[in-house]
Design a protein around this ligand. Structure first.
Ligand code: ZN
Length: 260
């Protein structure tokens, strides 16, 4: 199987979720985070053949379709060990390798706690399925993890190759853009990214996948090492900043209360 025969597509579900489908020319497919079974069942009627299901974390908009889907296809279901994800055939953990023979692709599991404590991401074929950990121009809310855990998770993601396609689970990019502009007023590369994304969204196209090098240059949550921004983040959040962790903590706290 040639790598260029692999396609990766974001299917919109619910208000602003994406279900990711990575498929080959035979339409054998990896399904990531099926929140809505109906959406996948329609694809199956159209010829899609799920051969693996990847689950990033336990939230209902990511796992809601698994039980129904499991009745209609017997693809292996990979998920982190968490009792809140009741159905899985394989429980995965950090650094585990998953081979999907139908697509001849290998994926690496990455533990990325922060949004939830058992959140994982899947990296393979130049793509990262990162669930609600990293968004374009933003990152997930810290429902269960600490800022330290989330910063570490984002640091691990940041070591992937620059051209890695970032497949996030929500279309939050333009909403995040407003905060990114406030958090780093002077970033021309980010400004031109926002212009490109506005054009795509105006034509109802997804802003995703993003690319790691673009996020490293534009996403404030990957830029807590930019000391020149610390006085602003400190002032806006009311947190004192003397190191990267304090900078990230302040930025996340500011975003949680950010209103335009
Ligand atoms: Zn979530």
């Amino acid at each position: 199987m040639l790598a260029d025969a692999i396609q990766c597509e974001a299917l919109p579900e619910f208000e602003d979720n994406y279900l990711w489908v990575m498929s080959n020319s035979l339409r054998q497919a990896i399904i990531v985070d099926p929140g809505d079974a109906q959406l996948v069942l329609e694809q199956i009627k159209g010829g899609l053949k799920p051969v693996a299901i990847f689950v990033t974390h336990h939230h209902a908009d990511h796992i809601g379709g698994i039980a129904e889907l499991a009745k209609h296809c017997n693809a292996p279901i990979y998920a982190p060990l968490d009792e809140r994800i009741p159905i899985a055939t394989h429980r995965v953990s950090h650094d585990q390798q998953i081979f999907v023979p139908e697509l001849d692709l290998q994926f690496r599991v990455m533990a990325v706690p922060g949004h939830t404590r058992s959140h994982v991401a899947y990296y393979g074929a130049g793509h990262l399925f990162c669930g609600d950990t990293l968004f374009s121009l933003g990152c997930g809310r810290l429902f269960e993890g600490s800022p330290e855990q989330m910063l570490h998770s984002l640091d691990v993601i940041s070591t992937l190759p620059a051209e890695t396609r970032i497949c996030c689970s929500h279309e939050y990019t333009l909403a995040n853009a407003r905060f990114a502009e406030a958090a780093e007023p002077d970033n021309p590369e980010r400004d031109s990214l926002i212009l490109r994304i506005r054009e795509k969204r105006a034509q109802n196209q997804s802003s995703l996948p993003s690319r790691l090098d673009i996020e490293l240059a534009c996403n404030p949550f990957l830029r807590s090492d930019q000391t020149r921004l610390w006085p602003l983040w400190s002032r806006e959040s009311g947190h004192m900043i003397q190191n990267r962790l304090q900078a990230f903590t302040a930025l996340r706290a500011w975003k949680d209360n950010f209103r335009l």
